[in-house]
Structure formats: C-alpha cells, structure tokens
Design a protein around this ligand. Structure first.
Ligand SMILES: [Zn+2]
Length: 480
C-alpha cells in the first residue's frame, strides 16, 4: 500500500528541509510540499526527523567464536537493529582454509534466510590466497555481489592472515573492484604479550587491554595503509579505537592513498577502566581492539568531525555475561571478544554527536548511513532519501529522552554495555522498502522479509580522493 509521510523534516547527508515523502511499491516516488495521493496511508511525522535508515557496515550475527556462538542470530539481531533505526546491515561471512568460498557464503545465506527482518549483505573473510580462492573471487564479487573482503591482521592461529595474504588480497581487490577491510592489530606481538601476561599470573579481564596496546593498532594500521599504497589498492580499516591509528589513516589520506576508517560507539563512549570492574564484570567490555584510556575518545570524535574517520559500525557481536563471557573466568584470553551494540549505534551517535555539538545533523546521516552505503556499493538504493531509492526510512523523535538498559533493549543478550546511559532521541517508526518494521515503537515486521542485497563494485561513486602521480611535491591537498 502506498504511504505518504507528512509534516516531517527530511534530513540527508547534504540537506535538511520540510517535505512530504510519497512511497509506492517500496520505493520513494515523490518528495515535495503538500503531496496528495488518495489511496495512500498517511503517516504523520509532525515534529520528527525523516532520516534514511541506518546502514550498519559491521555486524556478527550467528557467528561461532571461542567455542561458543553469538547470542543474536539474524532474527533477533535484525529486529534489534530495526528498533534502533538501522535498516541494512553488512555481516561478516567467515571462511575456513581449504573450504570453497561459495560454501561459506551459502552457510551465511542459510543463517539469514527466513530470519532477517531488514535487508542485509555480507563481507567475505579472506583466510588465504591460493589458486582456488583466485578462481572463485571474481565470481563472489561480480556474480554474488559481495564486494568487500576482510583480512584479519590479528587473532593468531584463528583468523589471522600474514602480510603476503593481505597484499595479494589488496591486488585482487583492485583488479576486480572490491574494498579490502582490515582488523588492524599486530597479532604476532599480541600473542607474545598474552603468553607473557598469563605466565606472570595476570589473568583478569584488564589484561585483555594491557596486552593489546594502542601503539600496535597504529603500527598495523600504518602497515596496511602502506601495503595499500604499494598495491595501488583501496582499504577500509574497521573499528578504529585510538589516536595512533587515526594518525596513520590521516597521513595515508593526505598522501592520496585510498584509505577509509570506521569507529564504533563503544570506543567513543567507554574507556579502559571498564575492564577493571570487579567480580569479572570487566569481561562485558572485552572487545578487540580493546577499550582505550579516555583521552583517545576526543581523537575519535575529532576524526569523525573532520572526516579522517568516515563511518560508524556497531561491531555487534553479542555474548551473554552468564555462560558465555564466563568462559574466560581465570583466563582473560578465553573471554569471547565482542559486545552488543546493533540497537544503540544510531541513537548514541545522534544524542552524543549531534545534540552535544560534536557533529552536524548532516554529518550524522552521512556517518550512520550514507557513507557506508556509498563505500560498500549500496548507494543510492540505500543510504539516502531521494526519488527512486528504497523506502528505508526512520521517523525519529529527536526530543524523546530515555535511558539505555538491558531491561528494555531488544537484543538477545543479558547485559548492555551502555547500561544507564541517558540519551535523547528515539526511532518511532521504521520502514524497510516501504513496509513497517517498527510502528509507533512496536515491532510489526516479519522474519524472512529482509532480502540479501547484491552490491556494486568499488568504487561505485566518483572517488573523493584522487591519488596524484609520482612526485612527492604534488602530494597533499588531494581531497576534492
Ligand atoms: Zn567485528
């Protein structure tokens, strides 16, 4: 049924204006003043923002890790995402050495199909480069529409790939039009530091942070950026946590290297002292990379504001405190890494970013939706409000005050890392391709209605960075 959103304030990454939005057949068909369509259902957005649905570029649903499986699957995870204003997620498809990529992708399709309540896509993990992988990659990118490849520089003996694999992935990505994503930490050094800490009898959660210093996140970020330059390729650094990594990304971008950076709400809001909470509660705050000393938060906010970091991912990877995080009792290295954030990413950025004057409203939309849609080949189907786009829309009450709590959240996990955080702003109604998923703060969606979205190759828009030719003197001032 056609829907007409009236009286709202439409906000995109570029504009903010009063307009009605008409939706027909799941697509935005008209935007204008005083629109009429007799058969359309009217949605009154008086006093509310009309935002494009959030695009979360970084989720882990139904993922095995550390001898357990994440608490949220594609049904509970996407439902919570929708409550929070996110209408598209890109989840990480894990792969195993020796297993065809197509088989891993099918496994991920099986996890999502029949469950997702919003649209989704996958990034593809690259564990090794060999003849089989080289033969399969073009098919994954061009036929399956999976146009981003993830390489882990950490998690030794689990996910970690060596520099040669990263370099060859960068070359293949350039050749076929994919964006390479890295988890940038020095896994070899971390492996040593963990052993050293455990040998010394240091087993509490805080040692998770102390064995992964920010310096080696910066080191790995810089190394990945330099390999990207060598391969003349393109790089997206996931979950940037610290000033050292921001500096490496900024430096690379100033040299015209095509490097992008993502951070996550937990790194903007929480700090290393959370890992010192008594009674093993610090385990709730074990992410990799870890939470940092508080002074890094300013560097991340500044980087979002000035464009050195461009996106916000949730890195949603939920494990219950009871029974799952507890696997690391007596040995911090066995605590499952990750936390729940898929629901709160959008509103935290609005409340802490826009309302506290750290970013503008247009920057908010860009960071939470548009930029990820552009980088990952979803734009303009996703990520904005314009005629012809999917009607993925959030009607958002920018004045609603509330307190984040596991008592009221919709994620299938027994704690919330932002418990007690007072924020302002809440999605009221959320549409996915013109259909209600959330209506007046109630879930009315249907598991299985979410569709897998094949994505365009990279770059899918004119590059914003133009690499200069050889001489150093020509470099700098390369942003246009
Ligand atoms: Zn992740």
């Amino acid at each position: 049924m056609a829907k007409l959103i009236r009286n709202g304030t439409v906000v995109t990454a570029a504009d903010q204006y009063q307009a009605d939005v008409l939706i027909e057949n799941g697509i935005i068909s008209q935007i204008g003043l005083n629109l009429e369509l007799e058969c359309a259902e009217i949605i009154d957005a008086q006093g509310c923002y009309v935002f494009p649905g959030g695009v979360d570029p970084h989720t882990h649903l139904d993922m095995p890790f550390g001898g357990t499986v994440t608490a949220d699957n594609f049904e509970t995870g996407t439902k919570a995402a929708a409550f929070g204003g996110t209408t598209t997620i890109i989840d990480f498809c894990l792969t195993n050495k020796g297993v065809p990529l197509s088989e891993s992708v099918q496994t991920w399709h099986n996890k999502a199909e029949g469950k997702a309540v919003i649209d989704y896509s996958f990034h593809l993990m690259i564990a090794e480069i060999n003849d089989e992988v080289l033969a399969e990659l073009p098919k994954m990118i061009h036929d399956e529409g999976i146009t981003s490849l993830k390489v882990f520089m950490a998690y030794k003996n689990v996910f970690q790939a060596d520099d040669g694999t990263l370099y060859r992935t960068l070359l293949e990505a350039k050749r076929h039009g994919a964006l390479v994503m890295v988890h940038a930490e020095n896994g070899d050094v971390i492996d040593y530091l963990i052993k050293e800490a455990l040998d010394a009898g240091n087993k509490e959660p805080i040692y998770h942070a102390l064995t992964r210093p920010s310096l080696i996140e910066g080191e790995a970020t810089g190394r990945a950026a330099k390999l990207t330059a060598l391969a003349n390729s393109q790089l997206y650094v996931v979950h940037v946590t610290c000033e050292e990594a921001v500096q490496q990304i900024a430096e690379a971008r100033n040299l015209g290297i095509d490097v992008w950076g993502e951070t996550c709400p937990q790194y903007l809001m929480l700090d290393q002292t959370y890992l010192e909470k008594p009674d093993f509660e610090g385990a709730k705050y074990v992410w990799s990379p870890p939470l940092r000393p508080k002074e890094h938060q300013d560097a991340l906010w500044t980087a979002l504001k000035n464009g050195q970091l461009q996106t916000l991912g949730s890195d949603h990877c939920s494990f219950n405190f009871k029974g799952q995080k507890e696997l690391g009792l007596g040995d911090f290295s066995k605590i499952p890494n990750g936390g729940p954030c898929i629901e709160d990413r959008f509103s935290i950025l609005f409340s802490e970013g826009v309302l506290k004057g750290r970013i503008t409203l247009n920057q908010f939309v860009d960071i939470v939706s548009t930029r990820s849609a552009k980088l990952f080949g979803l734009f303009p189907k996703k990520g904005t409000i314009a005629v012809g786009c999917d009607a993925d829309i959030v009607i958002f009450d920018g004045n609603a005050a509330r307190v984040i709590s596991s008592d009221t959240h919709h994620m299938n996990v027994d704690y919330n890392p932002f418990e007690g955080l007072e924020i302002t702003g809440e999605p009221v109604t959320v549409l996915s391709r013109g259909e209600y998923v959330i209506q007046n703060k109630k879930f009315v969606g249907t598991p299985g209605i979410g569709q897998f979205v094949k994505r365009k190759t990279y770059p899918s828009e004119p590059l914003q960075i133009k690499p200069k030719q050889d001489t150093v003197g020509q470099r700098g001032a390369t942003h246009v």
